[in-house]
Design a protein around this ligand. Structure first.
Ligand SMILES: [Zn+2]
Ligand SMILES: [Zn+2]
Length: 306
């Protein structure tokens, strides 16, 4: 059974590995680096299409043409990567987010195969740190057998995030546009209910790893700071795009739950990232998503690591 699934995942990785674009899933070697006392491997769950009205609804047509070109997009859409760090502490094996499991768009769902490719057993994952419960971050929770892919992990999630998506009356209390997301959250978070740890701002979720509340994109969105000679921040969707989120931090993002709160949080986060010289790992940036923030005029610029 396990061999079958492994074989399937390997062939799926090969199938989606046809492009050499860093915005699309490739079969290239995994990016690994040392950060303080941690070993980090950037895995990929794949990529998916994001249209202009989600990425940058406030862009003028000419501005979008430029953004699409710089991001290698076409036809009014870009490819968004799903970069999932695997953090080894020496005693723990930690994933930040789970990808979409192929349930969101068919070009994602590669994470479990990537864990195997990195030389680790999914059963050995001790913690999963969730940034938020959107499909492209959560729906990789369950395998084809309907069981959690990482059954021995504890799952960390913001308390407001849990309360928002797990509300028993969501079908009447929540706008209909969010019902499909809530259905998925109830399925996936419900499956690991006994293994959940709800968190608040500043909590140490593993030695040297702290939760940072970054609400607005979703009500209980969290980023995670990993201690080292510099602070590495696994951003989640507080920043969603390496051009738009930095060069136009006050533009709306189409999938932000509370647009004004998301803009305020993003401005604060990007400003602090530049001032404190954070190294960022962006979930949807071109693989591997690592870089730093610089001030540029009245806004900012993301400088990817070379
Ligand atoms: Zn999101
Ligand atoms: Zn996302």
């Amino acid at each position: 059974m396990k061999l079958d699934r492994r074989t399937f995942l390997a062939s799926a990785a090969a199938f989606f590995g046809g492009s050499l674009s860093p915005r699309r899933a490739t079969a290239a070697a995994l990016h690994r680096f040392r950060h303080g006392s941690f070993d980090v491997t950037v895995l990929s769950d794949g990529h998916f299409k994001l249209p202009a009205d989600i990425v940058a609804p406030d862009a003028m047509p000419a501005e979008w043409v430029d953004i699409e070109k710089r991001l290698g997009g076409s036809g009014g859409a870009i490819d968004a990567r799903c970069n999932v760090p695997l953090i080894e502490t020496g005693s723990e094996l930690i994933l930040v987010d789970l990808g979409g499991g192929g349930k969101f768009q068919p070009t994602e769902g590669l994470l479990e195969g990537a864990v195997l490719s990195s030389g680790h057993d999914p059963l050995a994952v001790t913690k999963v740190l969730l940034t938020h419960a959107h499909p492209d971050h959560l729906w990789g929770m369950l395998g084809a057998d309907g069981k959690p892919r990482f059954p021995n992990a504890a799952y960390y999630i913001g308390a407001p995030e849990w309360d928002f998506w797990m509300a028993p009356d969501y079908a009447t209390a929540m706008p209909e546009a969010l019902h499909a997301f809530a259905d998925g959250s109830q399925r996936d978070l419900g499956a690991i209910r006994e293994r959940v740890v709800t968190i608040k701002d500043g909590d140490e979720v593993a030695p040297g790893v702290h939760a940072i509340a970054t609400p607005g994109h979703t009500p209980g969105h969290f980023s995670y700071a990993v201690s080292g000679p510099e602070t590495l921040v696994v951003t989640g969707d507080v920043v969603t795009n390496e051009i738009v989120s930095f060069e136009h931090p006050t533009w709306r993002f189409g999938n932000d739950t509370d647009k004004q709160a998301a803009i305020a949080t993003r401005k604060r986060f990007v400003d602090q990232s530049a001032a404190d010289r954070f190294r960022l790992l962006g979930y949807h940036f071109a693989y591997p998503g690592l870089g730093r923030v610089e001030r540029a005029g009245n806004a900012f610029r993301f400088v990817a690591d070379t």
